[in-house]
Design a protein around this ligand. Structure first.
Ligand code: URA
Length: 349
């Protein structure tokens, strides 16, 4: 019994009215394990509805599938990426990085030329706008970093930057993530938050901070009298690392030019880095969040200095609620600077 049939069947049956590859997808293991729990017919032939799933499945098979799915879950594989399996071992050009010509941006030409070849795939008109490709291989990090720098520098707008990222193939995370998680909120915001990388919920929805930590972030934003739609939210890394693992230093360096350009284009009055990785990457400090939180930094875009503050990541606050008091102090300080700037007063920090 091929597992593929189980996966396809669950996707089809649990995403009614949507194509298997459509949005949003339900988590694979949750659906499959639920199915095995709730209709565990030992011969697998009880229900015509599930006939295709259990057509050739004995109770041994069911146990094997259950164990395999549990193993996947533990390994961080918690949703199906596609409806058809991909045999990576038989892919013809595994050794060759997919380096193609740059894609034009939606609102203006982008000439992402580099000393090395630009790592931007030719636009594929038939591909769903936000869906990441399922197969591919990233080039060596030094080529990818160089290409990212060159490409990001040339993006004239946020839309162009998003288009560039959609076609950028220099970061391996793109090939395991379901889609790009670019940003949410108001591109004209005076306040911008930057987290580390999307998690599972963000990967499913294509928006940053929509899971449990996102809900806490919404409450943090509300605590200073703003709504989520008043601020701009992004991540240093715009693709979910598999199993929510920590991004490697190379992955961070490859994505860094894009988030730096994103900050420059949003040009907020105040930039807030959420948690250690985002703080250390963007504010160029090696100190930990306990030392950096609540302090003002100057974030240098290259053309101007933006006031920046580090605070705790909402996921950390969910695990350690006693630190919410300090996060609240940070938010008060941020609100004060925004107020002073709105009144044209010199910042009082
Ligand atoms: N954590 C992050 O750093 N970013 C998200 O978008 C979600 C969780």
């Amino acid at each position: 019994m091929p597992l593929r049939l189980v996966v396809s069947d669950f996707l089809l049956k649990n995403n009614r009215g949507k194509q298997p590859s459509g949005l949003p997808r339900k988590p694979l293991t949750q659906l499959a394990l639920h199915r095995l729990e709730h209709d565990p017919d030992p011969k697998g032939r009880a229900s015509a509805k599930w006939e295709p799933v259990f057509a050739n499945m004995t109770s041994d098979h069911a146990t094997t599938v259950r164990e395999l799915l549990a193993f996947y879950l533990e390994a961080g594989i918690d949703c199906a990426l596609g409806d058809e399996p991909i045999d990576h071992l038989s892919a013809p050009d595994l050794a060759t990085p997919n380096i193609a010509t740059p894609a034009p941006a939606s609102d203006g030409p982008i000439t992402a030329k580099t000393g090395t070849a630009p790592v931007v795939a030719a636009r594929q008109p038939s591909r769903q706008a936000t869906a990441a490709p399922r197969a591919g291989i990233a080039p060596p990090p030094d080529i990818a970093i160089e290409s990212a720098r060159e490409a990001a520098r040339t993006a004239p707008s946020l839309e162009a930057l998003r288009a560039l990222l959609e076609s950028f193939e220099g970061c391996a995370l793109k090939f395991t993530a379901s889609r790009l998680v670019f940003a949410d909120g108001n591109p004209q915001a005076r306040l911008m938050f930057v987290g580390e990388a999307p998690g599972r919920d963000e990967d499913i929805e294509g928006l940053p901070f929509v899971g449990r930590s996102g809900q806490l972030l919404n409450r943090m934003i509300a605590a200073i009298g703003l709504k989520r739609g008043d601020v701009y939210i992004a991540n240093v890394i715009p693709w979910r690392p598999p199993g929510n693992r920590t991004p490697t230093p190379q992955e961070t360096q490859i994505c860094l030019p894009f988030i730096r350009r994103q900050i420059e284009l949003v040009n907020p009055d105040v930039l807030v880095t959420l948690g250690n990785p985002s703080t250390q990457t963007l504010l160029q400090t090696r100190e930990g969040i306990m030392k950096t939180r609540g302090r003002w930094f100057d974030y240098d875009t290259g053309t101007r200095a933006i006031r920046a503050m580090a605070t705790f990541h909402p996921a950390y606050l969910l695990r350690s609620p006693s630190y919410k008091r300090l996060a609240w102090l940070d938010l008060r300080a941020i609100a004060k600077v925004l107020e002073d700037k709105a009144l044209g007063q010199p910042a009082s920090t």
